[in-house]
Design a protein. Structure first.
Length: 131
């Protein structure tokens, strides 16, 4: 099935507690938690499903790597991106983060500018650069 299952595992006792289950449109391949409210699920065919954790609904569904057939292999945040990657000198805006996506079958990665709270009170991803 096309499910993302979030559970809590207690390391000492190995006890597992199921927290959430999301029924994805496509098979999930990787995860990235934006904040306490939103979870990004990378899927086959290079798409990202952004889930609202509180309402258990898809907040946004978009193409990250349209050319990919095998799907996303990673969604990672750049903690301190240099001004060369950002394309601007000085400090980043407080509500802007840089996220990198890669896929299994393409020799490239993409950097996205993410506003933590864009329109509709959810994170907003804007394509920045492809390397």
């Amino acid at each position: 099935e096309r499910l993302t299952i979030i559970c809590e595992v207690e390391l000492k006792t190995r006890k597992r507690t199921l927290k959430k289950t999301y029924k994805n449109n496509l098979s999930p391949t990787c995860l990235f938690q934006v904040d306490e409210d939103f979870l990004c699920v990378g899927t086959e065919n290079g798409k990202i499903e952004m889930w609202n954790i509180e309402t258990d609904q898809i907040a946004k569904y978009f193409e990250a790597h349209a050319e990919s057939k095998m799907g996303l292999s990673a969604i990672l945040e750049l903690k301190e991106p240099s001004y060369l990657l950002r394309g601007e000198r000085g400090e980043c805006e407080a509500d802007t983060r840089y996220v990198v996506t890669a896929c299994f079958d393409r020799p490239e990665f993409k950097i996205w500018k993410m506003k933590t709270r864009g329109q509709h009170d959810r994170p907003e991803f804007n394509f920045h650069i492809k390397i």
